[in-house]
Design a protein around this ligand. Structure first.
Ligand SMILES: [Zn+2]
Ligand SMILES: [Zn+2]
Length: 105
């Protein structure tokens, strides 16, 4: 619950809505959303998941997907600094997009 105009607003866990910079999909944040459910692209903003402490800000591109233990794991490479990351897919992710990357990379 947000109260407008409250002075000294405290820092709380951010539930962010964002627009995917790759495909333009409007993504409704849940507080855990870290990638686009449609094209699976992400942004290099975290050092540890959710901390938003990384200054890179590059687009993390999905390069490969693995299906293990009943869930998808997406492998990313940052288009800017080339760092590699791994993230769990969320249940709202587009299955076709996920399957397209299976075995890829
Ligand atoms: Zn997208
Ligand atoms: Zn990066």
């Amino acid at each position: 619950m947000e109260s407008a105009g409250l002075p000294g607003k405290r820092f709380t866990r951010k539930i962010e809505d964002f627009t995917c910079e790759v495909c333009g999909t409007a993504v409704h944040g849940t507080g855990y959303t870290d990638h686009c459910p449609k094209c699976l692209s992400s942004k290099h903003v975290d050092v540890m998941p959710g901390d938003r402490k990384n200054k890179c800000g590059g687009i993390m591109k999905p390069v490969s997907v693995e299906y293990r233990n009943g869930s998808y794991v997406i492998y990313y490479v940052c288009g800017k600094c080339r760092e590699k990351k791994r993230m769990s897919a969320s249940s709202s992710d587009n299955k076709d997009s996920l399957e397209r990357f299976i075995g890829g990379g």
